[in-house]
Write a protein that binds this ligand. Structure first.
Ligand code: AP5
Length: 216
């Protein structure tokens, strides 16, 4: 069983790499960002509450996020392991996750940090386009769809995420630096951290991750 956690600033490529890693290792994807976006799309109670935070680039309260993750982890429906993406993001969430793993008698295999400078992230988020129907992600310059503005996979019109607008992006980066960045030391002290240069091509980033995980 491989239990991974992928970290990185907003737009570092966590979602992009998760997709490749899930396929490679046959893991269950637990992306709190995707969960919230799905709930918003459904108009559920959780979605209505979460939207207030996501659109501004703020973090959803810890309790709500921890409860969602526990509901998924406690089902133990991940025969080959799981990939946590975008969780934990605060010290309180990291401690809650430790407790959950302890109760389930499982542990993290590695924590991957996809490292990218802010200037590059801003370009990535400004050009990111997503399919609201099937969830595929594109970039206007680095990974454009075959037909401009249209999803290659399902033909739906692509959109820009509301939290990819400049003001929200700056807020997300500030929150990352204050609340999430300290978790890198938290996991380094536990000897779990693997740092990857995220400024390379998506395939090179993927191969570096696979190779570093193989060394552990
Ligand atoms: P979440 O969805 O987790 O957003 P994020 O961390 O801000 O990360 P992103 O999805 O923006 O980026 P990414 O790293 O996945 O990059 P991607 O692969 O798309 O969370 C959203 C919100 O939900 C949060 O702000 C918060 O409100 C809430 N939330 C979620 N989890 C929470 C939690 N635990 N607690 C509280 N609140 C929570 O790539 C970005 C772009 O770059 C794409 O266009 C892609 O094509 C391109 N790209 C990727 N890699 C490369 C490369 N190597 N070269 C060139 N282009 C690349």
């Amino acid at each position: 069983m491989i239990n991974l956690l992928i970290m990185g600033k907003p737009g570092a490529g966590k979602g992009t790499q998760s997709k490749k890693l899930l396929k490679h290792y046959q893991l269950e994807h637990i992306s709190t960002g995707n969960i919230y976006r799905d709930e918003i799309k459904k108009g559920s109670e959780i979605g209505i509450e979460a939207k207030k935070y996501l659109d501004q680039g703020n973090l959803v309260p810890d309790k709500m996020t921890n409860d969602i993750v526990w509901e998924i982890l406690s089902k133990k429906d991940y025969p080959n392991g799981f990939m946590l993406d975008g969780y934990p993001r605060t010290r309180a969430q990291a401690e809650a996750l430790d407790e959950m793993l302890c109760r389930l008698e499982i542990s993290l295999t590695s924590v991957i940090n996809v490292d990218v400078e802010d200037e590059i992230l801003l370009r990535r988020m400004a050009g990111r386009r997503v399919c609201p129907s099937c969830g595929h992600t594109y970039h206007t310059d680095y990974h454009p769809p075959k037909l401009e503005g249209i999803c290659d996979h399902c033909g739906h019109e692509l959109i820009q995420r509301p939290d990819d607008l400049e003001e929200s992006v700056m807020n997300r980066l500030a929150i990352y630096n204050e609340k999430t960045k300290p978790l890198l030391d938290y996991y380094d002290e536990k000897n779990l951290l693997v740092v990857i240069d995220g400024e390379q091509s998506t395939n090179k980033v993927f191969h570096d991750i696979i190779s570093k995980l193989g060394e552990k």
